[in-house]
Design a protein around this ligand. Structure first.
Ligand code: TXA
Ligand code: MG
Length: 341
């Protein structure tokens, strides 16, 4: 299959690209598009065959359910069987935006979308290209992140092309996605709301609107409530190809040790780091922000860049273990856990 990549650079190309992509979606095809978090890989959520193509393109196991994207709360409500007060309040406060809510599914949602389960994940994105595409297609779009299964999410069209060229019909290139990390996933299908995946929307902000603490379900943190409600909690998600090592200092000495073993090293120190390496020592250095929102916006970009450089090992200076870094710590942990599988 030839993958068409359409670049959006002005109003005319925006309108034309969205129209062409909407046509592909209406015909049952798969289109990658930017959202405010990461690129999504969309298909008509109400067409089981179209959704099956997403799973094939990503190599995604069919036990991992997809998020369905709409542009209106009414549209989202039509896809779930109940709409609790907590959902209404969170939707009012955070949609459109990087929040995904898991609710009992309506009958119209094909079981392939929910991996055979009784719940559906719903999100209203904020990004103008995502919104225009959903509206032009007049469809709810099932869309996981636009990467091969278990690999790093894409935050630019070339990241999508690197992994999915030849496997999908189209990529809408709307530039780099501003957030850089996936949405926060909250399960409202039980009496106690649970955090399934920390993400771009701050957990504290969610809890403030809910008026209560979220129960946390994290396999990675090794907490005792080891329920496994969401295959996205698999350790192996969000992994670069090269093994990742953490350093509690800036990582300079670890980099030197790995270099001495003859490996090429990708190094991601924080910008406060004073250590310098001499160029052409086999080190690719990407300096990361000390500020979590900026760090998140550049994390996957940095990992993709190091992957393209072909480094053998990645050394990451561990950012602070504070709440503001929760989602970043989660993704870093998963990136490093990959080799343990
Ligand atoms: O920011 C995002 O959420 C991006 C953009 C494209 O919206 N999407 C995304 O999708 O990250 P994906 O498939 O890569 O991650 C969705 C996560 C997975 O961990 C999946 O297991 C979980 O949401 N999920 C989806 N439906 C679920 C359900 N019914 N119950 C529990 N978890 C669910
Ligand atoms: Mg994903």
């Amino acid at each position: 299959m030839k993958t068409v990549c359409l670049r959006i650079h002005d109003e005319a190309s925006f309108a034309e690209a969205v129209e062409r992509a909407a046509k592909v979606l209406r015909e049952g095809g798969v289109v990658a598009f930017p959202t405010e978090t990461v690129y999504g890989l969309g298909a008509n959520a109400l067409d089981a065959e179209a959704v099956a193509r997403i799973f094939t393109a990503k190599g995604r196991p069919c036990n991992n359910p997809l998020i369905v994207h709409t542009t209106s709360i009414e549209g989202a409500r039509g896809l779930c069987a109940t709409w609790p007060d907590a959902a209404a309040r969170l939707a009012e406060a955070f949609w459109p935006g990087p929040l995904t809510m898991v609710l009992p599914k309506a009958d119209c949602v094909p079981s392939i979308v929910t991996a055979g389960g009784p719940t559906v994940a719903l999100r209203i994105p904020r990004h103008p290209v995502a919104r225009a595409l959903i509206e032009a297609s007049m469809l709810p779009l099932a869309a996981p992140s636009a990467n091969l299964s278990t690999r790093i999410s894409a935050v630019r069209a070339d990241h999508v092309m690197r992994m999915l060229d030849g496997r999908i019909e189209m990529v809408l290139d709307g530039g780099q996605t501003p957030g850089g990390l996936e949405s926060t996933v909250v399960d409202l299908s039980h009496a106690v709301p649970r955090l399934l995946r920390p993400g771009l929307l701050d957990t504290a902000a969610l809890e403030a609107v809910l008026g209560r603490k979220l129960a946390e379900v994290s396999e990675v943190s090794g907490k005792p409530n080891a329920a496994f409600p969401s295959p996205g909690m698999l350790k192996k998600h969000y992994a670069p190809l090269a093994p990742v090592h953490f350093s509690n200092d800036d990582g300079f000495e670890m980099v030197q040790r790995i270099l001495a073993q003859g490996f090429r090293v990708g190094w991601m120190p924080l910008e406060s780091s004073q250590s310098e390496v001499t160029p052409d020592l086999g080190v690719e250095r990407v300096v990361m922000s000390n500020e979590p929102i900026t760090y998140a916006a550049h994390l996957y970009e940095a990992l993709h860049a190091l992957e393209v450089q072909g480094v053998d090992r990645i050394v990451i200076q561990r950012p602070p273990m504070t709440d503001a870094w929760q989602a970043i710590q989660d993704r870093l942990q998963r990136a490093a856990a990959a080799d343990e599988e």
